[in-house]
Design a protein around this ligand. Structure first.
Ligand SMILES: NC(=O)c1ccc[n+]([C@@H]2O[C@H](COP(=O)([O-])OP(=O)(O)OC[C@H]3O[C@@H](n4cnc5c(N)ncnc54)[C@H](OP(=O)(O)O)[C@@H]3O)[C@@H](O)[C@H]2O)c1
Length: 314
């Protein structure tokens, strides 16, 4: 594979850390702008990686960051708006600014992270903003590739880990949209697809749904997490009215677990009913092969033991 310079927006996040690690191990030079170097400290020691504190919403900064790059990857995304208009600003405006910056800097290759069911006419603000951003990338005239994953799992995920935490703390789980369906995909497989696509001309102008091998109902995923962690809790399935009320209450808390917009996204099952794209040359990893490695009590214990041995005596 040719060595490239790749700018990764959102490189400090859950998916980003896996994409960046693979880029670095393939000896690509990687530039990661972040709002906080502290948040990206896990990447600083990787060879060939530059972590830069920068405001990526500033067009001049974005042009400067992309100058001399061979490819740009946009992984920036949010699940909740802190202020009205955040979805548009973070998903749509930023995608537009990145395309403009790539045009100014002569960066030909653009890889864009979207989401399954993204659609300008979708049922939630999240999916509509992701869909509009996709359309913008597809009309940009670049050598673009768009990825549309279902929910992504892996050691640092916020989805399964959130249920693990809730089940540890609560005597039962009152679950909104218990029958919503997902086809969880492993973060390592998603990162593999991004890195393979960089140099593969056949992926230009293509959108890829990224899903794992199995479809699960939300209630089955929560039950599975409880079984793995040793905190099996009764699941109280909520109907549409109570789901909405719960989301309304939760969305007013800081760092909300759930919002009415998230509920609206779940109106459409996050499943693709298709195989992992052949072009990436892998069979998708099953949830059962990975989740026990970070959710089981033994895995949690060994992580704490490791941290303890790494902590200098105080
Ligand atoms: N995780 C999933 O299950 C899943 C499923 C489908 C699609 N996706 C999409 O995959 C992408 C990555 O998801 P993730 O789970 O890795 O997310 P994450 O861990 O929350 O990371 C998000 C990244 O976006 C950056 N970011 C967030 N808000 C920003 C803002 N207002 N301005 C600038 N940068 C901002 C953060 O950078 P700094 O904090 O360092 O500045 C961070 O690196 C997103 O586009 C998401 O929509 C994720």
């Amino acid at each position: 594979m040719n060595q490239r310079t790749v700018v990764v927006l959102g490189g400090s996040g859950f998916v980003g850390r896996h994409v960046v690690a693979r880029l670095a191990s393939a000896s690509h030079r990687v530039v990661i702008p972040t709002r906080s170097r502290e948040r990206a400290r896990h990447l600083i020691l990787l060879p060939t990686v530059d972590v830069v504190e920068a405001d990526i919403h500033d067009e001049a900064t974005l042009s400067r960051l992309t100058r001399g790059a061979d490819a740009a990857i946009n992984l920036v995304g949010i699940l909740h708006e802190r202020n009205r208009g955040d979805f548009d600003r973070v998903h749509i405006e930023l995608a537009r600014k990145l395309a403009d910056a790539c045009r100014t800097s002569g960066v030909p290759r653009l890889l864009h992270m979207s989401a399954l069911n993204a659609d300008p006419d979708g049922p939630s603000l999240y999916l509509r903003s992701k869909g509009t951003a996709e359309a913008l990338v597809a009309e940009s005239g670049f050598e673009w590739t768009i990825f549309r994953p279902s929910v992504i799992f892996g050691r640092e995920d916020s989805f399964l880990n959130m249920f693990a935490k809730l089940e540890r703390l609560l005597p039962l789980v009152a679950l909104a949209c218990p029958d919503a369906r997902f086809q969880p995909v492993y973060v390592g497989d998603v990162a593999h697809a991004f890195v393979r696509a960089i140099d593969d001309d056949r992926t230009h102008g293509q959108r890829y749904a990224l899903c794992g091998p199995e479809v699960y109902r939300l209630r089955d995923l929560v039950a599975y997490v409880g079984k793995l962690t040793g905190h099996e809790r009764p699941i109280l399935p909520l109907g549409p009215g109570l789901s909405r009320l719960q989301a309304r209450l939760l969305e007013s808390l800081p760092g909300p677990l759930m919002s009415r917009d998230n509920l609206a996204s779940m109106k459409k099952d996050s499943v693709c009913g298709c195989a992992f794209p052949d072009i990436f040359g892998i069979a998708p990893t099953s949830l059962e092969a990975i989740a026990p490695n970070y959710l089981s009590p033994a895995a949690t214990r060994s992580r704490y033991d490791k941290l303890r041995t790494q902590t200098p005596p105080g």
